[in-house]
Design a protein around this ligand. Structure first.
Ligand code: 6PG
Length: 213
């Protein structure tokens, strides 16, 4: 397990600055971002910043198996958010091996999910296939679709792991994961994380719907 720190400030500005710091480092940058409701304000702020977007590749931690133009598509969401920047947004593909990331950002589902990895799945250290098909049972009510997700070793292969979560219920999930509840994917992710893990948690609840991008 690598170092885990709680961010002193977990507001949108602080989260955007954390990602911007990674993007501004020398050389090409590869980051992975989640969907969900929580990151909307963060993406909104991030895309307004003048950053070396042309050398930044944005991948997805997970996606719903829907067409790109479907409102539930994470690829569609991120493509719209970062359309006006020069960043390359790449869809998740079962055929492509993900790179070692400079930064991976994950949200936390109220059901204890991370990316599209759900509690009680078999979390092994198998590196291949890095992108897996997941059929949640039951399908999550807010996004009832089968998923593609990076697996734990692929998400863990990063210099910076960033966990973003809002609200008391998600704090309980994070605390349980850090205490070693192996039913939770987050427990395995923080254990396997290769770089520094920074947790951005705040009491304020996330927006009730996800921003359109
Ligand atoms: O596509 C998705 O839904 C995400 O990638 C997923 O992992 C999300 O980050 C969490 O479920 C938190 O979602 P909320 O921010 O909506 O609570």
């Amino acid at each position: 397990m690598s170092e885990i720190v709680w961010a002193a400030r977990a507001d949108t500005h602080a989260m955007a600055s954390h990602i911007a710091g990674v993007i501004c480092a020398r050389g090409r940058r590869s980051i992975a971002l989640p969907g969900g409701r929580t990151p909307g304000p963060l993406f909104e702020e991030l895309r307004r910043r003048s950053l070396p977007w042309g050398k930044t590749r944005i991948s997805l931690t997970d996606d719903r198996i829907v067409p790109e133009h479907h409102p539930a598509s994470n690829f569609g969401l991120l493509s719209r958010f970062f359309d006006a920047t020069a960043a390359q947004v790449a869809p998740l593909s079962e055929d492509e091996a993900p790179p070692r990331f400079d930064l991976v950002c994950v949200g936390v589902g109220l059901d204890g999910s991370v990316a599209s990895l759900f509690p009680n799945m078999p979390f092994d250290r198998e590196t291949a296939p890095a992108t897996i098909r997941v059929a949640p049972d039951p399908l999550p009510a807010d996004a009832p679709f089968e998923r593609l997700s990076l697996n734990i070793p692929a998400l863990a292969q990063t210099d910076h792991l960033m966990i973003i979560a809002r609200g008391r219920a998600k704090r309980d999930i994070i605390d349980r994961a850090l205490s070693g509840d192996e039913r939770l994917p987050l427990c395995h992710l923080v254990r396997q994380a290769q770089g520094r893990t920074t947790i951005f948690w705040s009491l304020r609840e996330a927006p009730s719907a996800r921003m359109a991008g």
